[in-house]
Structures are given as structure tokens and as C-alpha cells.
Design a protein around this ligand. Structure first.
Ligand SMILES: [Zn+2]
Length: 333
């Protein structure tokens, strides 16, 4: 048993309460490798933004959970070295799908876990979430639950269709499960292909797809039912067209990749939405950088050259999200 407190990490409770009051959202960035983690910590330290490091089941399988845990511990020390006196860093399990997985993360130094039982029938979702909450709270680990179904593909989580969260269920769900935050479905979606061309309109000037707007009426109804309760948005990458275009012009093939417009996320961040998950955008930044270096210098075979540029691209992206979209800069001095 390792407590996250020994690792210098924090849970999400206070962070979320402040974010709701302050009208901003905390970035939750997924990480699988060193360059990504360096970029996240540099961006957070420089902007003094609280940050959530997310580990998915796929990341655990890819990078090894022991290594990831020590990387998160190292991240706290690295942040201090960068001059961030009191780093506010959460290590969070993204889309935990069983009690055993959540328990293993709690026992292993995570400060926050998500139990995603949203594909189960309502009562079973409550029962499994409650079981995780009862275990996690003994160790002051916070728990995110999910109600409603997001479309898209994220590691092992996938669904072809979305079902918006039903606002009439949220009070009963939050009360009986005891969860600390709730991921809801209002039209965000996992991956870099969030909408099919049929769901979108096309900008006549650029030919680019324009996605349908998020269901802010559902969000408003949820907030009315659960005033001040922390709400989470998954699948909230914006799929920056500059990276998509760069990838496509350098031999890649990402036709009609499309995300959530940033002005909609800006609006959400000002509400009770206090955690916004961003993964695909950093994957795109990474891929664009690697393609650029390898195309411009075909003789390059030092991974530090293309991974180094990938790190720079991701750092810029994370800072942009923190400062220009979520507004979490300066909230963790
Ligand atoms: Zn997700």
C-alpha cells in the first residue's frame, strides 16, 4: 500500500471546489510516455495551473503501471525543480472498468480514480460506483463516476452512439453512489473523429466540417439539479486543424478529423464543469512533429530530435489549453 500523499500528490476535492467557484476548469491530460509527461509538467509549472495526470487502462498496459506511478512521483519533484513551490498534481485512473482495477490504483498511489460503469444498467452503475467510493474514501482518494454514454473510441472504451445524461437521474445517482464528481454526456465524444460528416454541416469557404453544438441545455438542467457539484467532460479535444493539415500534408491520412470547438469548451469551463479531458489533441501534436522532422530530414535517426520537437509541440498545446481555454493558469501558486 502506497499513499498518494507520500508521493506529493493531491486528490481532486479542494481543486474542484475552487474551480467551480472561480469559473474555470482543471485540465486532465492523458500520458503514456516521458515526453508527454515532461510537456504537461512544464506547461503546468510555468502557468502555475493545477493539473490532472490521467492514466487509462491502455496506458497501464502500454507503459507498465509501476513505471507510470514512479513517473508521477518524479513529476512532482520535477515540478518543484522548475520553481513550482506547491505543485497541485493529481494522478487519476481514466475509465476504470472494475472494482479490482480501481482498488489496485488506490493501493498503488493514485489520488483519484474513475469508475466507468456507464454501460451497465442504472442500478448496477450505482452499486459498482458505491463499492469503489466506499473503498477509495477510506484513503481519501476521490472518485469520478459516469452517467450517460459518450460516442467514440478511447482505448478500450467505445460506443457507436451517445445517450445524453438524463438530468432527472443525477441527484439520485450522486446521492446513492457517493461519487465526488460526475462525467456527463452532452455531445462530446472520444477520439479524433468525434462526429460523422452526416452530423455536421460544411463551411462553404474552407470545405471543413462544422460540428453540432454541445447540449448546453442538458448541462444547465444537470447543474440545476445538483448545484455546485463537480461535473466532468470527457472527449473534449478540439482536434486542431493546423495539426491535422500538417499530418495530411506530410503523408498522413486523417480525413475529416474533427473535434469540439474551443469556444464551447471555454463556455463549459466557466460553469460547474471543473475537469475537461484532453487526449487526442496531444496525440495529433506529437504525430505532426514526428512527421515534420522525418519528412524534412529523412536522414534523421536520433529519436531525441523528433520526440524533442513533439515535446515542444505538446507543451505549446497544453499551455494554450490552460491559458486560452480552461482559464486554470495562476490557480495553484
Ligand atoms: Zn473518456
Amino acid at each position: 500500500m502506497v499513499s498518494y500523499k507520500e508521493l506529493g500528490l493531491v486528490n481532486t476535492r479542494e481543486m474542484f471546489a475552487k474551480a467551480i467557484k472561480g469559473g474555470y476548469a482543471i485540465p486532465a491530460f492523458n500520458f503514456n510516455n516521458m515526453e508527454q509527461l515532461q510537456a504537461i509538467i512544464k506547461a503546468a509549472a510555468e502557468t502555475k495551473s493545477p493539473v490532472i495526470l490521467q492514466v487509462s487502462k491502455g496506458a497501464r498496459n502500454y507503459a507498465n503501471q509501476t513505471l507510470l506511478r514512479y513517473m508521477a512521483q518524479g513529476a512532482v519533484e520535477y515540478a518543484k525543480e522548475l520553481g513550482w513551490e506547491h505543485p497541485q498534481i493529481v494522478l487519476h485512473l481514466d475509465h476504470g472498468d472494475s472494482f479490482e482495477l480501481c482498488k489496485s490504483c488506490v493501493d498503488f498511489g493514485f489520488s483519484s480514480v474513475m469508475i466507468d460503469a456507464s454501460s451497465l444498467p442504472y442500478e448496477e452503475n450505482i452499486a459498482l460506483t458505491k463499492k469503489v467510493v466506499e473503498y477509495a474514501h477510506q484513503f481519501d482518494v476521490t472518485v469520478e463516476a459516469e452517467l450517460g454514454v459518450l460516442a467514440g473510441v478511447e482505448d478500450e472504451v467505445s460506443s457507436a452512439v451517445s445517450h445524453y445524461t438524463k438530468p432527472e437521474e443525477v441527484v439520485d445517482f450522486a446521492t446513492r453512489s457517493g461519487c465526488d464528481s460526475l462525467a456527463i454526456s452532452i455531445g462530446t465524444s472520444h477520439g479524433a473523429y468525434k462526429f460523422t460528416p452526416e452530423q455536421c454541416t460544411r463551411d462553404p469557404k474552407t470545405g471543413k466540417l462544422v460540428p453540432p453544438p454541445l447540449a448546453f441545455d442538458v448541462l444547465d438542467a444537470v447543474m440545476e439539479q445538483l448545484p455546485g457539484f463537480p461535473i466532468v467532460l470527457h472527449g473534449s479535444s478540439s482536434v486542431p486543424q493546423e495539426y491535422v493539415d500538417m499530418i495530411n500534408s506530410l503523408g498522413g491520412k486523417l480525413p475529416d478529423a474533427i473535434g469540439i470547438p474551443e469556444e464551447q469548451l471555454r463556455k463549459a469551463a466557466k460553469s460547474a464543469v471543473c475537469k475537461i479531458n484532453i487526449d487526442s489533441d496531444s496525440r495529433l501534436a506529437f504525430t505532426a512533429a514526428v512527421r515534420k522532422v522525418l519528412t524534412e530530414k529523412p536522414g534523421e535517426f536520433d529519436p531525441r530530435k523528433y520526440c524533442g520537437l513533439a515535446r515542444d509541440f505538446m507543451e505549446d498545446l497544453y499551455k494554450h489549453k490552460i491559458i486560452d481555454v480552461l482559464g486554470s493558469n495562476g490557480k495553484a501558486e
